[in-house]
Design a protein around this ligand. Sequence first.
Ligand code: ADP
Ligand code: MG
Length: 321
Amino acid sequence: MLSEFDLIKQYFLRPGAGRATLGIGDDCALLTPAAGMQSAISSDMLVEGRHFFAGEDACRLGHKSLAVNLSDLAAMGARPVAFTLALALPAAERAWLEGFSRGLFALADAHGCELIGGDTTKGPLNICITVFGEVAPGRALRRSAARPGDDVWVSGTLGDARLALAAYLGELALPAEALAAAGTRLHTPAPRVALGMLLAERGLAHAAIDISDGLVGDLGHILAKSGVGATLDADALPPGPVLARQPQALRRAFTAAGGDDYEICFTAPVAQRGAISAAAAACATPVTRIGRIDAAAGLRWTDAGGTPLVLELSSFDHFTS
Ligand code: ADP
Ligand code: MG
């Protein structure tokens, strides 16, 4: 039987000095902030049966638990520094812990983000990570900063994660190959950290948010906090490669209100279009212009020709769905 301390030592404590002044092993970790930088801090929890299916692959879960947190840093334009891991586990199974820590550390190492502490307890599977990042004062991409006339942009593609979920839930059928491809977006999202950091460092964007609950709902937070509205071109929303082969109604529904995309939606002055394309190229992250911010509140849709459209969409909410 693995004890709590053996478990931490074997699977979460790693040799070698990291960036933290003091890492795992004491009552607190100690971080020394880089001179003049602000800390960006965020927590995200993954609960079995709510955010992932029971029996989900441990390695993918390790990846996703950290990815959803790094996505919040990305949306703020912050550089990842460190994270803590609070883990409730029904049992200390070696195979599960080996897979989970492998997926977790592969992504952590790719972003230079160090595990500095946490908590471990027995209980229904529940993974809560808190990430710590840094951003120069005044550079963070806040939800409240959109301005009328801004372009609205989105990174990457939308909707494949929701398409995979629909297939798993039996809402529609997908060929095995298509499900495998779309499933990658659901299980192992790639947080857009490099893009977020470039947008912030170069001062290119006003507001940003990561799309975890669907574009409509998440952009809605920017609109509400900024006291503005927006007009979006439904045909400009970039579908994932699997969703791109589905009928238009599904394409529109899942790009506009899919969820689990972990792309960044941001607003930026028209004058920055060229610089944004250059930043996107520099970090090999495609970006698409999907509309504009209006002074008038509310979200309006058009098709590619500019004809107004009515889209019946709703965003995901944990307490109403
Ligand atoms: P405390 O009794 O103060 O809660 P613990 O005995 O739970 O401390 O943890 C001992 C050390 O191991 C602490 O430094 C804590 O941050 C770390 N730790 C506990 N669980 C984890 C985990 N899942 N991942 C990383 N570090 C952990
Ligand atoms: Mg403890």
